[in-house]
Ligand binder design. Structure first.
Ligand SMILES: *Cc1c(COP(=O)(O)O)cnc(C)c1O
Length: 258
């Protein structure tokens, strides 16, 4: 009966995070429904992911291609089995968000499992997602990852290149450019975090005002466990939260991966 305390703790943590999101929204006069929680599961076992889905979490974020593919397949299989067991109650398939760096040569294998890519940072990557989406006869929602932190951050499009790149990506037929993603640097310095979020928001508004993208350009993926309340203040519509959901839970990833 090891799973019972895990489930109780996870329920508590999820409630607390949802409450903090709602409170942060209220402080800046936003509707809590305008922020989507993406549960980042890269640290945890499949067992914990299933429990999250069972609790009604509908958005899962993974940062590595292989993990995302394997886990999405396993969760789908579990949901399929579960759908045949009428006493268990059906759960919808969660949406899978690719939030980590994505290499072009991995796109083909992982794309069928992905509902949204947060980490598009070059035209070449966007073109590959476009080509593979065409093969799947679908449009893939993506976000442009922006390097608002400047030096010290490896990934993301340079601030000066964002508008032009957004325009180019917008012209691709099998991609839906929904908005932007950014990460604050690893720091205790709140003013630096605010500066990075503020710059991201400005850029986002600029792209909207220049009219280079369509009305679907309206999402801002900003904020993790340590800074999501601040991100909501700056307009985040997706918050990517991992560790705050798993506090006090044993994360042994090697157990029950089936
Ligand atoms: C791991 C990760 C997160 C979640 O981080 P926490 O601090 O655990 O909430 C969010 N975004 C990205 C891109 C990540 O890699």
């Amino acid at each position: 009966m090891r799973t019972l305390p895990m489930k109780r703790k996870l329920t508590e943590n999820l409630k607390r995070v949802e409450q903090r999101i709602a409170d942060a929204c209220r402080r800046v006069d936003r509707a809590p429904s305008s922020v989507t929680l993406v549960a980042v599961t890269k640290y945890v076992s499949l067992d914990i992911i299933r429990t999250l889905v069972d609790m009604g979490v509908q958005h899962i974020g993974e940062s590595r291609v292989q993990e995302l593919t394997r886990r999405a397949a396993m969760v789908n299989e579990w949901l399929g089995r579960r759908a045949r067991d009428l006493s268990a109650g059906a759960r919808p398939r969660p949406q899978w968000h690719m939030i980590g760096h994505l290499q072009r040569n991995k796109v083909k294998a992982v794309l069928p499992w992905i509902d949204m890519v947060h980490s598009v940072d070059s035209l070449r990557l966007a073109e590959e997602i476009d080509a593979q989406s065409a093969r799947l006869d679908r449009k893939t929602p993506i976000l442009l990852q922006v390097n608002s932190a400047g030096e010290g951050s490896k990934y993301g499009v340079a601030v000066a290149a964002v508008t032009h790149l957004a325009e180019q990506i917008h012209s691709l037929g099998h991609i839906e450019l929904r908005g932007m993603m950014a990460m604050a640097p690893w720091t205790e310095d709140q003013s630096l975090i605010r500066q990075v979020f503020g710059r991201t928001r400005e850029l986002f508004d600029e792209v909207v005002q220049e009219g280079v993208c369509g009305p679907e350009f309206r999402e801002l993926s900003l904020g993790m466990s340590s800074d999501f309340e601040c991100a909501i203040e700056f307009g985040a519509t997706y918050v990517r939260i991992g560790s705050a959901l798993f506090e006090g839970i044993e994360l042994a990833r090697t157990t029950s991966e089936s």
